[in-house]
Design a protein around this ligand. Structure first.
Ligand code: DX5
Ligand code: ZN
Length: 225
């Protein structure tokens, strides 16, 4: 798979950082290596954990120009989508499993000039989104069951990414990007990128290292080296 450092996007999952100081911390993020900020919105219902909502995102936006990548792990996202659209993030991703009407939300996201994403839990067959691809700019293959950072990578994600990539190419949707999220580190990033992922979320592996900019650079090197 041909890939260069420009087409590889690193999106740190900020819940793995210290949310009490993250506003100050993001000011030091270098936007040449940190390409997006991954915002995990959890409602304590779709997933067994609660993080933050629009109020927090609104405040964080005042501290950074790095584009936002909003990952909604909430039941029935159609009920609160407008609140996230307001922030004009780069991406809004909803979960396939969270709604009976994914296409309606994906269309609404796009109509507002935002890139649309759909996420698949590890237990959801990748074929489930084949009929939705025309409404998507990105498909998120979860490599953990969502809800918490710091979980270990599920290796089944590799063949899922490969299968999805093959479909994307064969069906002529080459602009649709594959994102991977959960347990990504220097040890497995090369494998997911070789399989076809271009947008890489990393939480604990980046934040536990201390220097986020150095960590992201190391991830990029490991992916392409
Ligand atoms: C899991 C979240 C992930 C997670 C990533 O529900 O969607 O974004 O925070 O963190 P790590 O990289 O530690 O798995
Ligand atoms: Zn996420």
């Amino acid at each position: 798979m041909s890939m260069n450092s420009k087409s590889l996007i690193i999106s740190p999952s900020i819940i793995a950082g210290d949310l009490s100081t993250i506003g100050r911390d993001v000011a030091g993020f270098d936007n040449t290596v940190i390409n997006m900020l991954h915002m995990d919105v959890m409602d304590g219902n779709f997933v067994p954990n609660l993080t933050f909502g629009p109020g927090f995102i609104k405040n964080l936006k005042n501290h950074t120009n790095i584009p936002l990548d909003i990952h909604l792990m909430i039941e029935k996202p159609e009920n609160s989508l407008e609140k996230y659209i307001e922030f004009k993030p780069e991406y809004i991703t909803i979960h396939y499993e969270s709604t009976r009407f994914p296409a309606r939300s994906l269309k609404l996201i796009r109509e507002n000039g935002i890139k649309s994403g759909i996420a698949l839990n590890p237990a959801t067959p990748v074929e489930s989104v084949f009929d939705l691809i025309e409404y998507c700019d990105m498909i998120l293959i979860m490599s953990v069951d969502p809800g918490f950072y710091g979980q270990s990578f599920m290796t089944g994600a590799i063949s899922r990414i490969r299968k999805l990539k093959e479909y994307i190419i064969s069906a002529d949707f080459a602009d649709v990007k594959i994102q991977v999220d959960g347990g990504i580190s220097e040890d497995n990033i090369k494998e997911v990128v070789s399989a076809g992922a271009e947008v890489i979320v990393a939480g604990s592996s980046l934040f536990k290292g201390g220097d986020i900019n150095q960590g992201a650079l190391k991830l990029k090197k490991a992916a392409l080296g």
